[in-house]
Design a protein around this ligand. Structure first.
Ligand code: CAA
Length: 697
């Protein structure tokens, strides 16, 4: 017997209510497309039906094409065929939207004659994030409703738009009351009085050509190597010039070109890896502990950001500081973050007051006694942290999870100091902690599985992306960063200038060049770390910190001092000739020959350093899967999502080529740069990081 169709029709008098039911997100699988076409055609042919409503069961309207079908041969019927039947109907067709109408889902709605949405719904065309453009008329229909500028902004950012805003833009016709379906049926009946309003037949509303060109240039400037936003601009431009039919044909060609591209493949991988990374194999079935109250130790930049993230998620938060003055400053810092959120319109007065009503800032360490979980965000110093954990060990209640936000220090040593290491984990947030999505959940040698699962659950509750890893210096992200940043430091000594290195890596697709990032983060942190590691550094290895040390010795700590690798005037970054001189002097002093800068070689070396360190991390079992590493780089370090991540990209390039680059690194930089044994094995045996550690199918 054949499977029941995920699309059915329920009669509501003279209206056919066509319902899609394809959990979890009503993706437009082949069965859904077939069902929609059949039900729409039947309703159109049935003389007793006067109007149609398309609605969905479950948590959302159609959330888009079934991404799993991309990259495979297309299966009939295509979505455009379904939409042509829908839009061509002589009876009104209304979309009743709840949840998120995304991608192909919103394209279904755009092809209806009217759209009504629940006030909490949102709509969007996020295809650009999957490396493609809307492929079922979205690039041609959205500009006809919202105008080319608003349509371009929506498609180029891929960000969903809330129902109220979407209505203001002309993308929706009505916002429903509490009963969406009843309102949609009523609207459909009203429309039987008029001829159907077909989006494809509308003319592009008048718009400001200069404004469009400005929006287009800004999209192109932000694309940094990613193809899909560039193609969105092209498709919208065509919508302003061509007939709907010609525009649709052109859109189809662009879609077909992109969907099989390396970038789209990488972005699909990133989409699924982002979900997979949260399913930690060895924590399967482990129940997290209950968390309602959280303590935070330290109200500096990190502590305040963490407190805001916790408050935003509805938790009760107690922040501990060491003096009355620090308590006041801590409160101000947290309130300041909320003031900024209000200024940008992300939060209103009552939202701020409600959040602050759940916050206590205190000098009394004893107030942590009742907390379900405590996050230490104090000064990055082992003695300070051990002292805090020794006190926490006796103060915190039985079963409370004790987390350190250290970025580099040994979580096992900190855990031992508490006297109850099973309760201790690392929760490594990234700055600004209320914004950045990544959290490394660090599992110590003695951490109880429930404690780790609690860290993962808490991070998810904060809307963050938890990546679980083991203990090593710098964990996943900072350890890989330390490796490839050395390559960029060596490059300065060997002939490059900071702005050249930054430009090369930005054109590779990184959100920001490493020296600009260093200036933003503050050079003093790295300085302290280099001093701490000086005694244990392998004397055979090349040291790359001389330029940074000299900058720090001059008090050039980055943006906060107005000077670092660059000079800052009115917050604007500028190349500083004094830095160029300093860099050249360091080369002379170290007797390094300055060679002409080769951007391509630098990029290959940076990637090789990342992959080599990643291979070591995998072999040491710090993480179980290559995708864990990729997700850390994508969500915490501005690595271009359209490359998938360094490990994914290495597989795509071919491991023998990457190994050759690592050998070049080794030859150039000597001890410490030997190829990782796992990389050598995989490269020589035709293996891949994707398949590594996974049982053969
Ligand atoms: N295709 C296939 N599977 C999908 C999917 C899609 N479009 N969207 C979500 N899923 C899957 C997820 O992989 C996940 O599966 P697992 O439980 O096995 O991990 C499950 O559905 C639930 O998804 P989330 O965990 O993401 O659930 P959420 O509630 O947090 O978010 C969502 C829901 C906002 C819809 C989010 O899933 C999302 O953004 N999905 C992608 C939407 C999208 O990009 N649509 C455009 C597709 S391209 C297109 O439509 C092209 C075209 O022009 C025809």
């Amino acid at each position: 017997m054949s499977e029941p169709s995920p699309v059915t029709t329920r009669r509501e008098g003279d209206v056919a209510l066509i319902l899609v039911d394809n959990p979890p997100v009503n993706a437009l699988s082949q069965a859904v497309r077939t069902g929609l076409l059949a039900q729409v055609s039947a309703a159109v042919a049935d003389p007793s039906v006067h109007a149609l409503v398309i609605a969905c069961e479950g948590r959302t309207f159609i959330a888009g094409a079934d991404i799993r079908e991309f990259g495979k041969p297309p299966l009939a019927p295509g979505l455009n065929e379904v939409l042509a039947a829908m839009e061509g109907s002589t009876k009104p067709v209304v979309a009743a939207i709840h949840g998120t109408a995304l991608g192909g889902g919103f394209e279904v709605a755009l092809a209806c004659h009217a759209r009504i949405a629940d006030p909490k719904a949102s709509v969007g065309l996020p295809e650009v994030k999957l490396g493609i453009v809307p492929g079922a008329g979205g690039t041609q229909r959205a500009p006809r409703l919202a105008g080319p500028v608003a349509a371009l902004e929506m498609m180029a950012s891929g960000k969903p738009v809330k129902a109220i805003e979407a209505k203001a833009k002309g993308l929706l016709d009505a916002i429903s009351g509490p009963d969406l379906r009843a309102d949609a049926i009523a609207l459909a009946r009203e429309l039987t009085e008029k001829p159907p309003r077909r989006t494809s037949q509308l003319i592009i509303p008048p718009y400001d050509q200069d404004e469009f060109e400005k929006a287009a240039s800004s999209v192109l400037a932000r694309a940094r190597g990613q193809l899909s936003p560039v193609k969105v601009v092209e498709a919208v431009r065509l919508a302003t010039r061509l007939s709907f039919e010609e525009g649709l044909k052109a859109e189809r060609a662009i879609f077909a070109e992109l969907v099989g591209s390396d970038q789209a493949r990488a972005l699909r991988y990133a989409f699924f890896a982002e979900r997979e990374v949260q399913r930690v194999p060895h924590l399967h079935g482990v129940e997290p502990r209950r968390v309602d109250t959280v303590g935070v130790i330290g109200a500096g930049t990190m502590g305040a950001g963490i407190a805001v993230a916790l408050l935003d998620a509805g938790l009760r938060v107690t922040v501990v500081e060491t003096s009355t003055q620090a308590v006041g400053a801590g409160w101000d810092r947290i309130a300041g973050l909320y003031a900024r959120a209000m200024k940008s319109g992300r939060l209103d007065e009552s939202g701020k007051d409600e959040r602050l009503s759940r916050l206590t800032v205190t000098e009394d360490f004893g107030d942590l006694a009742g907390m379900d979980l405590v996050i230490e965000a104090a000064f990055e110093d082992m003695a300070v942290k051990k002292d805090i954990f020794a006190r926490l060990g006796t103060t915190a209640r039985h079963g409370a999870v004790l987390a350190t936000n250290t970025s580099y220090l040994d979580v096992n040593e900190i855990a031992e100091a508490s006297g109850r290491p099973a309760d201790v984990i690392g929760l490594h947030f990234f700055s600004p902690a209320n914004i950045m999505r990544l959290v490394e959940v660090v599992e110590g040698a003695a951490s109880a599985k429930e404690a780790v699962a609690t860290g993962v659950a808490l991070a998810k509750r904060l809307g963050k992306l938890p990546v679980t890893c083991g203990v090593c210096d710098g964990f996943v992200g900072n350890r890989i960063l330390a490796a490839w940043r050395q390559v960029t430091d060596f490059a300065l000594e060997d002939g490059a200038l900071p702005q050249e290195v930054d430009a090369a890596l930005e054109s590779y697709g990184m959100a920001m060049g490493p020296f600009a990032v260093a200036d933003l983060a503050g050079l003093d942190i790295g300085w302290a770390r280099r001093k701490r590691l000086a005694a244990t550094r392998d004397p055979r290895g090349r040291y790359g910190g001389t330029v940074a040390d000299r900058l720090c010795a001059q008090g050039r700590f980055g943006q906060k001092t107005g000077m670092g690798y660059y000079r800052y005037e009115n917050g604007k970054r500028q190349v500083d000739p004094e830095v160029s001189d300093l860099v050249e002097n360091v080369s002379t002093e170290l007797r390094r020959k300055r060679e002409p800068f080769d951007a391509d070689r630098l990029v290959r070396r940076v990637r090789a350093a990342m992959v080599n360190e990643g291979a070591k991390i995998l072999r040491e079992g710090i993480v179980a899967r290559a995708l864990d590493i990729d997700m850390v780089l994508l969500h915490g370090y501005g690595f271009p999502a359209w490359r998938g991540g360094p490990m994914f990209e290495a597989d795509a390039i071919g491991l023998p080529a990457v190994l050759a680059d690592v050998r070049d690194l080794h030859q150039a930089y000597g001890a410490g740069w030997e190829p990782a044994p796992l990389l050598v094995e995989l490269a020589e045996n035709g293996g891949s990081f994707a398949a590594h550690g996974r049982p053969a199918a």
